[in-house]
Design a protein around this ligand. Structure first.
Ligand code: NDP
Length: 294
């Protein structure tokens, strides 16, 4: 039986935010620069409202400027595009995030492609996806960036390791696979059409689960000693009329098999907003022509 250690994403994210706050203070002192993040929320989706509130609070906590734009659910695509153009041109705004999902009358891909790639702190613009794919400097989607930070910190050199990424979405699976490839892993991307999924997963020294299926990855899908990064966030009934969050990995079964694992909640989740702040800082530096990294 392997001893399984938990990766504490909450503590890691707190440390990252504190390093970002120091960098923001330093930028203010040395260059008079205050990074600014604009968040656009259209409609009243309750989950999105919570995310936007948390993002704004953490932005202010690290000393950045936060610009919140809340628009009614019936806002037209043209109005959202006009706001994005205004934010693109605003020198106080270094990062722009349009909270998804957008109401049905708005084409998300048109809105995301209207964001200046230099301010695209979610890393969803095709220019950033393309730059990442060919190995150029890019703004990288926040959750994949957070997963890589946890892996590099806890595992170290990833070169030559077998990595299996479960899920091929543009916002999680594909960018994580690109980053693992850049780190010299041998990468397999699995999805809903993959045959013999448990066998494919058992090859992995590093297993990334990003499917959105509660506890789909069983303990016997995991190679003993592997590092498991569980990106999934699934709300399931608890039995008392309430709900609880679980990941895509059966956490209890993974204990004693995996070498390292991220819990849900408290693993990858907290890294996402911290990496949004990191991307805003990176974008502000690049727009001002200042080098340096947290
Ligand atoms: P998507 O629904 O966009 O993608 C899911 C992927 O999983 C698809 O590629 C799909 O395959 C694959 N898949 C679905 N079912 C199966 C199955 N039975 N067997 C094998 N593969 C399957 O989800 P996202 O990538 O956006 O998100 C994935 C999870 O991560 C969700 O739980 C989400 O909530 C969470 N998440 C967490 C974040 C965080 O901050 N921690 C941020 C973003 C997402 P196919 O392409 O063939 O359909």
């Amino acid at each position: 039986m392997t001893e399984t250690a938990r990766i504490d994403g909450k503590a890691f994210a707190a440390g990252l935010r504190s390093r970002i706050a120091d960098e923001v203070a330093e930028l203010g002192r040395t260059h008079g620069l205050k990074p600014g993040l604009a968040v656009v929320l259209v409609g009243e989706d309750p989950a999105s409202q919570v995310y936007v509130r948390n993002k704004a609070a953490q932005t202010v906590e690290v000393g950045m400027a936060s610009f919140e734009h809340r628009l009614p659910a019936e806002t037209s695509e043209e109005e959202v595009l006009a706001l994005v153009q205004k934010l693109n041109a605003d020198p106080a705004v270094h990062g722009i995030l349009v909270q998804l999902p957008l109401p049905a009358q708005i084409d998300s891909s048109r809105v995301l492609s209207a964001i200046d790639p230099a301010k695209d702190v979610d890393g969803f613009h095709v220019v950033n996806a393309g730059r990442l794919a060919v190995g150029l400097e890019a703004l990288v989607p926040c959750t994949p960036l957070g997963c890589m930070m946890l892996l590099k910190h806890h595992v170290g050199d990833l070169s030559g390791l077998e990595a299996v990424v479960l899920g091929r979405s543009n916002i999680v699976g594909k960018p994580i696979a690109q980053l693992l490839l850049q780190a010299n892993c041998t990468v397999t991307i699995a999805h809903s059409r993959t045959r013999n999924l448990p066998d494919v997963c058992r090859r992995a020294d590093i297993l990334i689960a990003a499917v959105g299926r509660p506890e789909m990855v069983r303990g016997d899908w995991i190679k003993p000693g592997a590092t498991v990064i569980d990106v999934g966030i699934n709300r399931v009934p608890k039995g008392d009329g309430k709900t609880r969050l679980v990941g895509d990995v059966a956490f209890d079964e993974a204990q004693g098999v995996a070498g390292l694992i991220t819990p849900v909640p408290g693993g990858v989740g907290p890294m996402t907003i911290a990496c949004l702040l990191q991307n805003t800082l990176t974008a502000a530096r690049r727009q001002a022509g200042i080098n340096g990294q947290v």
